[in-house]
Design a protein around this ligand. Sequence first.
Ligand code: ATR
Length: 278
Amino acid sequence: MKKLYGVIGSPIQHSMSPLIHNDAFLQLGIDAHYHAFHVLPKDLEAAVVGLKALGVAGFNVTIPHKKAIIPLLDEVDNTALKIGAVNTVVNENGKWTGYNTDGPGYVAALKQITATENKHILIIGAGGAARAILYSLVKEPGAKVDIFNRTPEKAQHLIEEFSLQGTSRAVTMAEVVGNMPNYDVIVQTTSVGMHPHIEDSPVQIATLKKNAIVSDIIYNPLETDLLKQAKLKGAITQNGVQMFVYQAALAFQYWTNRVPDVHRMEKIVTERLGGTTC
Ligand code: ATR
């Protein structure tokens, strides 16, 4: 019988997940369908119960449910618990088990463009996305991570919560500017620069080192002002499409034990967003 997967969130109508998962099912000859379900916060609990009753095999979780779903699941893996957010749920013998593929997906995407050992990294932002990325990034050998956030206490709180006082620091804007020539990797996790405020940029990168990596998890626009400036400085840049498709590919593997064609996913998403890939 055809297996059913999906994503729950609100809003959900612009989700590109159905596009890439349904294509991957087709490519791999898997008899399954992936559907976007609009679920309001007040209906989350009923949706989780209902999806199980309907025999749904697994689903993704997006804004605003990634945290709220945790107590509604039968089991949650340790990484997702530490991150405090679930984006992937698997029906394991009738039990809903929650995982987080955002952090691991980001690191997998970053590894496509650079080796990750012994990097001095600046994370911009201290919200949910930064949290998932930080948790996974600091597992890379020799990673030294600074965090800059508009609200500095949140960055400090994150460092303390993950017990990273030895290697990580919450930095001020002045420190970001001063340290800029030392950063190997800059990861932009806030909504600054997102459509429609596309001329905004969260930090000045005038003294960015050549060949630095600048990664922005935004994909609308495909190239934020930060990435444009970074390119002009000779940096290697990456937009949010790769993180998006790698988190999707990891979710797909949890559900099917099959590895989808990530480059094909990337091409589909980029073209949908009006860009081109080679
Ligand atoms: P997400 O889950 O996408 O990370 P979030 O948890 O709401 O969303 O976090 C948003 C992040 O973007 C935060 O780091 C936030 O900074 P604050 O902690 O100071 O709120 C940052 N952010 C959002 N809008 C911003 C803006 N206009 N300028 C600077 N930072 C901004």
